[in-house]
Design a binder for this molecule. Sequence first.
Ligand SMILES: [Fe+2]
Length: 205
Amino acid sequence: MSGASPVAPLREFVVAFGRLLDGGPDEPRILSEGRALLRTLVARDDWLPDAFAQPDPAHYQQFLLHADSTERFSVVSFVWGPGQATPVHDHTVWGLVGMLRGAEYSQGHAVGSDGRARPEGKAVRLDTGHVEAVSPTIGDLHRVHNAHAGRVSISIHVYGANIGAVRRHTYPAEGGRKPFVSGYSNTLLPNLWDRSAEFRSTTSA
Ligand SMILES: [Fe+2]
């Protein structure tokens, strides 16, 4: 689209996601229609500004890209350095994970009667363009790691809350669970709303 900002696909995604939630849909509908929206977003890899695609040598990064004004949802880019992984954790809200660049593994977990979280089922490999879902109703505990030991992978996540400020948990190997509030790696957000170029291009003689 001539004159459109490079981040236009992300703006269109957040507008469409807000419209989806406006109708107060139930979780299955959010996950199925939201999955289609996220699949469209990650089908192309030309819109994520470089500032939100930078790995850190020590830890995976989670950059907030957009938070809904009433915190109904948030959009985050997860940047995985080579071999980086999360601890086993929960979300407490629905979430969608779309693979933008590279690949990752998500290993579901369940807490046994001894209070320890253990792997459940096979790890799911997400390749570029794939979308997965998590939630307390369909399975909320997992451990995620970069499928690549030698390159960066990036996934785009959407959650049913301002996820960086949600009280949730990690599940250490010795059992039990620890309170966890993830926060974000960034203090500044991408500017989704400068649409001047697209209007200038249609009004110029
Ligand atoms: Fe997760």
